[in-house]
Design a protein around this ligand. Structure first.
Ligand code: CTP
Length: 403
């Protein structure tokens, strides 16, 4: 899955012969799952028609501040478009447009959109080799990079003039690959290993029965997805759930019992940067598991239970570089109990769910949480979807990692 999936891309086209290649570029962005809006300089329309680009992008193409139609003129809102964009890609970028971008010139719709955009801006220069090497062009490159814009360098080869040298716009496939790689490299959890536990555990009574709980696993799966979307390599140790996840940065390790979860966690914990233990692990399990199905011969049946290993506490004991997060589900003395758990289990952060809050805890799609960190700073949140809670949690962890 491309990192461009779901992104809003404004593609700005200026008047270079390489503009004819932007039809492929639009298609590649769309194939990657992005939404594309095209803006053009008026002169670029000599190289490729707006109709081609509006057909491919499935949206009108803008090149002027107003459009004349049967009902009179409509104003094209460059500010809205600039703010809509998650990425602004200018390809091909001529020496003329690059120079205007450095000086705040906004005498066409594309330039006004550029000035309004708050998102990352990529530009792929295309021009003849001497223009590419001219000190004024090199100065434009430098200034734009100082502005934080990202250059996708031109390649060398035969140019439209017949001369051979650097100035060819990067090929559409290479532009897409460049942007994808750049975004991935800048993700805040890039290169970090994150271990997440999720779901319930099932503790066998006999071959067909178990002690379990109502955890759906949704919270843990949302945490895993959020971390992976921010570039982390995630190991998700999951008890039995109906949750599904497909992400090339998430490896799912299915387990059933607390003992299996303990073993899976410790297989990875040593080399983990962040461990988030959100699973609802059984605290007790049947001491003896019957080898055959238990028959209902007696009026009452007693099961002797023994404690399972506390996975979170064992992680706290072994902690070196790991940032360790635990969950606490409490019904009374919530804060006091959660702080006790944070200290006892040597955690960096604890996420408190109070069962007294409506919509919090197991099963549902929402959760209401309070974060308590090691210095006992308490942050309370409103009732939110579990996806939003996951994002709040990862943001909180990022704050601590960068502190
Ligand atoms: N946990 C764990 N292994 C266990 C039990 C719990 O890793 N065997 C983890 C949970 O994943 C959660 C945290 O510990 O992150 C909270 O567990 P909880 O059952 O609420 O707390 P306990 O420490 O078991 O305390 P108590 O039962 O007294 O509330």
């Amino acid at each position: 899955m491309s990192i461009l999936r779901g992104k809003n891309i404004v593609l700005g086209i200026t008047a270079g012969i390489a503009a004819y290649k932007t039809a492929s570029l639009v298609r590649l962005f769309i194939k990657a799952g992005a939404q594309v809006r095209v803006v053009m300089t008026p002169a670029s329309k000599d190289f490729i028609t707006p109709l081609t680009l509006s057909t491919l992008s499935k949206h009108p193409v803008h090149s002027t501040f107003t459009d004349n139609n049967d009902d009179g003129a409509t104003w094209n809102n460059h500010v809205e478009l600039g703010l809509w964009a998650d990425l602004f890609v200018i390809a091909p970028a001529t020496a003329n447009t690059l120079s205007k971008m450095t000086s705040g010139n906004s005498d066409n719709f594309l330039l006004a959109t550029y000035l309004s955009a708050k998102c990352p801006v990529y530009f792929a220069p295309a021009m003849d080799l001497d223009m590419y090497q001219h000190p004024s062009t090199l100065a434009s490159f430098k200034t734009l990079e100082r502005f934080g814009n990202i250059m996708i360098p031109a390649t060398s080869g035969e140019l439209a003039s017949g001369l051979i040298g650097q100035g060819r716009m990067a090929e559409p496939e290479d532009i897409v690959a460049f942007i994808e790689k750049d975004i991935l490299n800048k993700l805040p959890l890039r290169g970090k290993s994150v271990l997440v536990t999720a779901g319930p555990t099932y503790e066998a009574i006999d071959p067909v029965r178990f002690i379990g709980n109502h955890s759906s696993g949704k919270m843990g799966y949302e945490i895993a997805k959020t971390a992976a979307n921010l570039g982390a390599n995630v190991v998700l140790v999951s008890g039995p759930t109906h949750q599904k996840v497909e992400h090339n940065l998430i490896s799912v390790l299915p387990v059933v019992s607390a003992q299996e979860m303990y073993e899976a966690v410790h297989q990875y914990y040593e080399h983990t940067d962040v461990a988030i233990l959100s699973a609802a692990v059984a605290d007790y399990r049947p001491k003896n598991v019957a080898l055959q199905k238990i028959k209902k011969k007696t009026n009452t049946l007693s099961l002797e239970l023994e404690k399972t290993k506390d996975i979170l506490a064992s992680c706290g004991t072994l902690k070196t570089q790991q940032f360790l997060v635990g969950f606490a589900l409490e019904t009374n003395n919530e804060l006091e109990n959660a702080i006790g758990k944070l200290k006892r289990k040597n955690l960096d952060l604890i996420v408190l769910n109070s069962l007294n809050d409506k919509g919090a805890g197991f099963g549902g799609a929402t959760n209401k949480v309070t974060f308590i960190d090691k210095s006992q700073t308490i942050t309370e949140f409103e009732l939110k979807s579990k996806t939003e809670v996951a994002s709040d949690l990862i943001n909180e962890i990022l704050k601590h990692l960068h502190a």
